[in-house]
Design a protein around this ligand. Structure first.
Ligand code: CA
Length: 230
């Protein structure tokens, strides 16, 4: 990304006045915005051409903005700034806990907007250009379609196996600790389920045809967790 390149941004907002306001500010500040009026349209845009940042209104006609964040965070790390009405503090907290990067309370000023965008982009510099499709050796994972292919053949994973695998995929190349995996896959009270992690990893390796003694994909980091080889 050169200094002169425009920053691509997808705005999901159903209110025409706010879209107009955003368009005026963004286009005059080196942003290249694309607009969607519905959640469905926005998700489609983002998966087709992953932008560098997303502005998401929480109150959309076809889907709750919170559910849009959930969907996006299954396959994308593109920073999300949510737009929320005053008084919806609970929604903001939920949005942030689900992986939104920041929020703006309507009505907001152009200075506030530009400051939030700048900070979120700075934090995300190492995470841009994220795709919903991953290829690891003979395995292809399409997070948007929830599909895992081995040499073009679909591997059927249970929801738990899929969750476990995609958690590793999202952190491919990095070690993921037992605690992180348990929290991601089993959620709260996950420590009670710690023995399941070993069992499900075993199942997953079997389905991937991975030999734990000579792994190609899932490596055990003794006492720490697991690592999916890039
Ligand atoms: Ca709205």
């Amino acid at each position: 990304m050169s200094d002169t390149a425009q920053t691509s941004i997808v705005v999901i907002e159903d209110e025409p006045e706010i879209r107009k306001f955003l368009k005026a500010i963004l286009t005059s500040h080196d942003y290249n915005p694309t607009f969607a009026e519905t959640a469905k349209e926005g998700i489609k845009l983002i998966s087709a051409h992953p932008p560098e940042i997303i502005i998401l209104d929480l109150g959309l006609p076809d889907m709750d903005g919170i559910d849009v964040i959930k969907n996006l965070r299954e396959w994308s790390t593109v920073p999300i700034i949510v737009l929320s009405a005053r008084g919806q503090e609970k929604d903001k907290v939920t949005a942030l806990e689900l992986g939104a990067d920041d929020y703006l309370t309507k009505p907001f000023s152009s200075a506030e907007l530009l400051a939030r965008l700048k900070v979120a982009l700075r934090h995300a510099q190492n995470h841009s250009q994220q795709s919903s499709v991953f290829e690891i050796g003979d395995i292809k994972v399409d997070l948007e379609r929830r599909q895992v292919l081995m040499k073009g053949q679909e591997i059927h994973l249970t929801p738990t196996e899929y969750k476990l695998f995609t958690t590793l995929v999202k952190h491919a190349g990095k070690v993921v600790t037992h605690t992180q995996l348990l929290k991601e896959v089993w959620g709260k009270n996950s420590n009670e389920n710690s023995h399941y992690l070993r069992i499900y990893t075993q199942h997953l390796r079997q389905k991937l045809g991975d030999n734990p003694m000579q792994p190609k994909y899932i490596f055990t980091e003794a006492g720490i967790g697991y690592r999916l080889k890039l």
